[in-house]
Design a binder for this molecule. Structure first.
Ligand SMILES: Cc1cc2nc3c(=O)[nH]c(=O)nc-3n(C[C@H](O)[C@H](O)[C@H](O)COP(=O)(O)OP(=O)(O)OC[C@H]3O[C@@H](n4cnc5c(N)ncnc54)[C@H](O)[C@@H]3O)c2cc1C
Length: 447
């Protein structure tokens, strides 16, 4: 028999959203938070939903995928969005907040909700013997004891501790007059790879820009992280590899052999390969280009690759400490475990990336955990919405066997199935219109 409450572990963005939604559905919540007794290396405030780095929740425009996700969450009654708009500071077309006021607003709301009881305690173990519905929202810096317990349940290889991801490009922005489809030595489906060939002059220009580009600062705890360092060596950033010698990249990720140019049949001086990231072929990742360059430098340097001169990036490359599950093997689109349906995960630990994305998984996990507790059917948002597209991406993965965290973008949303005139902005607006209609219908049904 299930007890009279559900448990939520972690009062970050995802945990607070999940707790609020469950409480709103009339379910009693025990919310466990290890602060202020114990802090992760990036958390410093005693308040909940702490923004550990930037104070920006990124774009506010619905023609931008994260802007659309925010609007969906707002329409669905998200507490985090309510707090963000209540504590907004001017930031042009982005939504930025006063971080102290933001966290304080959420903490007060959570602490004063009659259905929520906060317990200041680190949860060290995930208890499978109990029937209590549980949401794990312990974040990218989940405590060591709980990480170990999760790892024991999921199997050691299914919990990652470092995110070394290559940038992902919007296929619609690749210049296919230059980039060509082909698998190396003609093996496999040619559509799996796009190739951007370079002459020696193009390589020189790219190489010199790469080795002098601006690198993002490594956080102290990333430098010290044992797990981090191990993967760091095995997954060398492309700019570090370049400093090992002029030809190192040409014998590594930019190897041209087996990829003859369709025009001459000769190999190029160097070739950058992009691998298909999803079944629809809307997203391609730049193979071997995990990087620690700043986002601005990535845009500038990677656009020097022939064929990518106008490329738009769905996701930039990142390298940082990040605890996340191999979710396509483990989770469903309601963010519950396939093998233990009463255990949900929410936030960055599911493989969504970013503040708003973490909030969105907290929303879905929160309402479904409450519904599971109440014996009701689950709610699965469709791929036509950004909130649903993220949940499906996380639970299904792309075509690559290595699951990498994903932020909100239009590459994962269900295609429109029709052409929209006027360019990308109009196409994105059509996505947004379709998504918000679906969300509105859901919100009306469920108030
Ligand atoms: C250094 C760093 C910088 C980042 N910068 C950005 C950025 O600028 N923009 C952006 O969009 N995203 C950024 N991210 C990603 C960011 O972490 C997430 O977007 C977001 O904070 C994740 O929300 P969450 O709820 O999953 O985790 P968090 O917000 O981290 O919340 C997890 C909570 O769980 C608690 N906890 C952990 N373990 C336990 C336990 N065992 N028992 C009880 N409580 C526990 C923690 O104390 C914390 O309060 C950054 C991440 C890191 C690590």
């Amino acid at each position: 028999m299930s007890e009279g409450y559900i448990k939520i572990i972690g009062a970050g963005l995802a945990g607070c959203e999940a707790a609020w939604q469950a409480a709103r559905l009339g379910v009693k919540v025990l919310l466990y938070e290890m602060k202020p007794k114990k802090f992760s290396p990036a958390h410093h405030s005693e308040n909940f939903a702490e923004l550990v780095c930037s104070n920006s929740l990124r774009s506010n425009q619905t023609s931008n995928a994260v802007g659309l996700l925010k609007e969906e969450l707002r329409a669905l009654g998200s507490l985090i969005m309510e707090a963000a708009y209540a504590t907004e500071v001017p930031a042009g077309s982005a939504l930025a907040v006063n971080r102290e006021d933001f966290s304080k607003y959420i903490t007060e709301k959570i602490k004063s909700h009659p259905n929520i009881t906060v317990i200041e305690q680190e949860v060290e173990e995930l208890d499978l013997s109990s029937d209590t519905v549980t949401v794990v929202a312990a974040g990218p810096l989940c405590s060591e004891a709980l990480s170990k317990s999760i790892s024991n349940i999921t199997g050691g290889d299914e919990l990652h501790f470092f995110d070394a991801a290559a940038p992902i490009v919007d296929f619609a922005t690749v210049n296919t007059n230059i980039a060509f489809f082909a698998s190396r030595y003609g093996k496999g489906d040619p559509k799996d790879y796009l190739n951007c060939p370079m002459t020696k002059e193009e390589y020189d220009r790219f190489y010199n820009a790469l080795i002098s580009a601006e690198v993002a600062t490594l956080k102290e705890f990333d430098k010290n992280s044992q797990e981090g360092l191990t993967v760091f060596e095995g997954c060398m950033p492309v700019e570090v590899m370049a400093t090992r010698g002029y030809d190192t990249l040409r014998f590594g990720p930019m190897k041209p052999v087996g990829l003859p140019l369709p025009t001459t049949g000769e190999d190029a001086f160097a070739t950058v390969q992009l691998r298909r990231e999803n079944r629809e072929g809307t997203m391609y990742n730049i193979v071997g280009f995990q990087t620690h360059l700043t986002f601005g430098a990535q845009k500038e340097v990677f656009r020097l690759i022939p064929g990518l001169e106008n490329a738009e990036f769905f996701r930039y490359g990142v390298m940082h400490r990040n605890t996340y599950l191999n979710s396509p093997k483990i989770l469903t689109p309601e963010y519950s475990m396939r093998e233990h349906p009463g255990i949900f995960f929410a936030g960055q630990i599911t493989g969504v990336e970013g503040y708003v994305e973490s909030t969105s998984s907290g929303y879905v996990a929160g309402i479904n955990a409450a519904r599971r507790h109440l014996g009701k059917d689950s709610v699965i948002f469709p791929k036509e919405t950004e909130i649903g597209a993220l949940a499906h991406y996380v639970s299904e993965g792309g075509v690559s066997k290595d699951f990498q965290p994903m932020n909100a973008n239009f590459g994962i949303i269900a295609p429109l199935g029709r052409k929209v005139k006027g360019g990308k902005k109009y196409r994105n607006e059509a996505y947004a219109e379709r998504a918000l209609e679906i969300i509105k219908a859901y919100a009306i049904e469920n108030v």
